[in-house]
Design a protein around this ligand. Sequence first.
Ligand SMILES: Nc1nc2c(ncn2[C@@H]2O[C@H](COP(=O)(O)OP(=O)(O)OP(=O)(O)O)[C@@H](O)[C@H]2O)c(=O)[nH]1
Ligand SMILES: [Mg+2]
Length: 198
Amino acid sequence: MEINYRKTKFLKVAAKLDQCPDSGLPEVVLSGKSNVGKSSLINAIADNKKLARVSQSPGKTREVVYFETDGKLLFADLPGFGYAKASKAEKERFSKLCDDYFRSGRKITLVLNLIDIRHKPSDNDKAMIEFLNNAGIPYFVVFTKCDKMSKMQVGKQIKMMSEEFDFSPDASVFAVSSDKKAGIAELCDAITDFVFLT
Ligand SMILES: Nc1nc2c(ncn2[C@@H]2O[C@H](COP(=O)(O)OP(=O)(O)OP(=O)(O)O)[C@@H](O)[C@H]2O)c(=O)[nH]1
Ligand SMILES: [Mg+2]
C-alpha cells in the first residue's frame, strides 16, 4: 500500500473533543512544545507551504487541526504545550484539550513527538515521553530544525537526548528539517509502513 502525501488537504478544526472527526481512518498525532515545528512538518510532509499556519510567534495553533492524506490517514496538529505568553486560562484550556485528547479513548495509531534538536530537554518534553510510555501509545521521536546545526552536532545532540530521555526501545528516531526538506521522505516511508503494518 502506498500513500501519496502530496494529497494532503485540510479537513477541519476542533476546539472541543466532541468536534473531532470520527472517520475511522488511522490517525497520526503531532505533539510537542509550542514553536517546535509541528505545523511546518505537516507542510513539509504535504509539500505545500500554504496548508498549515506557521508563525514566528509561538502559540499559533490553538485548536486541533485535522488534515486528511490521500483518503487513507489523518494527521492531527495539536496545540503546542508550554506556550509562555498565553493567559493562564488559555493555557489550561490547551493543556486540557491535549490531556483529554490522549485520555479520551480515541484511537491514536501513532504519535509524532517533536523535539527541537537545539534545546535542552524540558520537563514538559520529559513528561510527554513518560506519558506515552505509560499509556503504551506508539510514537516516533522526531528531532526538528536540524538545518540549524552541523550533521556532527545533530548526532551528538541525539546521543545526549537519548541518554536524558527514557525513549521507548520501540520508538524510531528521526532527524528532520522542514525548511530544507531533509529526512522528510524517510519519515513518510516509516509512517506508511507503521500505519499499514499495525
Ligand atoms: N530553521 C528551521 N525553522 C523551522 C523549521 N520548522 C519550523 N521552523 C520555524 O519555527 C517556527 C515555528 O514553526 P511552527 O511550524 O509554526 O511550529 P508549531 O509547533 O506548529 O507551533 P505552535 O502552533 O505554536 O504550537 C516558525 O518560525 C518556523 O519557520 C525547520 O525545519 N528549520
Ligand atoms: Mg502550529
